[in-house]
Design a protein around this ligand. Structure first.
Ligand code: GRF
Length: 204
């Protein structure tokens, strides 16, 4: 498995997918190369983006499989066929089971729009606004079997401004995501990320 051979998983809009593709085009993904899009929603806009970018897509509906294990086994087969070494979740709205976690241990990462462990799960931006925090942000973390519970790799903060709506705050958070995720993916592609217990270090 090569760290630089990347599959992006996404279920929706795919703006982070697009930002990663753009980063690769601009030489900001280090040795990273996006080899595959995986989506559980064949009709999602992200599938169209992959087509436009000329990136192969594996579009599978989980309900067409006997269960989650069979669905993920089909994905793992394709990842292994393409020698994928890093799985990058970008708005992939499913928990991952051991069928995918075991062969890709330490090789699956996710981006979440809050400073974890605050506001895990759905609608993190809405949760932050409702709570009234002054500072929120973006977290990139390893994926484990839980919901946004894996070790943190990188975090960046975003100030909540008075008068912010979910839309205005989301727009600033997304801009930070588009910058941070390519940086982290590039560090992985260069083999610079190390995990000890829950403590991650990124080598210079
Ligand atoms: C992002 O905010 C990401 O942090 C979260 O889901 C959203 C995906 O947005 N996990 P997009 O599909 O990349 O536009």
């Amino acid at each position: 498995m090569e760290w630089g051979r990347i599959a992006v998983f996404a279920s929706g809009t795919g703006s982070n997918f697009a930002a990663l593709v753009q980063a690769q085009r601009e030489g900001r993904l280090g040795g990273g190369s996006i080899e595959l899009l995986v989506s559980d929603k064949p009709e999602a806009p992200v599938a169209q983006r992959a087509e436009e970018a000329g990136i192969p897509a594996l579009l599978l509906r989980p309900k067409d499989f006997a269960g989650r294990e069979q669905y993920e086994a089909a994905i793992v087969a394709e990842l292994q066929r393409r020698n994928i070494g890093l799985v990058v979740l970008a708005g992939y709205m499913r928990l991952i089971s051991p069928v995918l976690l075991a062969p890709y241990a330490g090789r699956i990462i996710n981006i979440h729009p809050s400073l974890l462990p605050a506001f895990a799960g759905k609608d993190a931006i809405g949760q932050a606004l409702e709570y009234g925090v002054k500072l929120t942000g973006v977290t990139v973390h390893f994926v484990d079997g839980g919901m946004d519970t894996g070790p943190v790799i990188a975090q960046r903060s975003v100030e909540v401004q008075s008068g912010d709506t979910a839309e205005s705050l989301a727009a600033r958070i997304h801009q930070v995501e588009y910058a941070l995720y390519p940086e982290v993916v590039s560090a992985f592609a260069a083999g610079k990320v190390e995990l000890n217990g829950r403590m991650t270090t990124i080598a210079e």
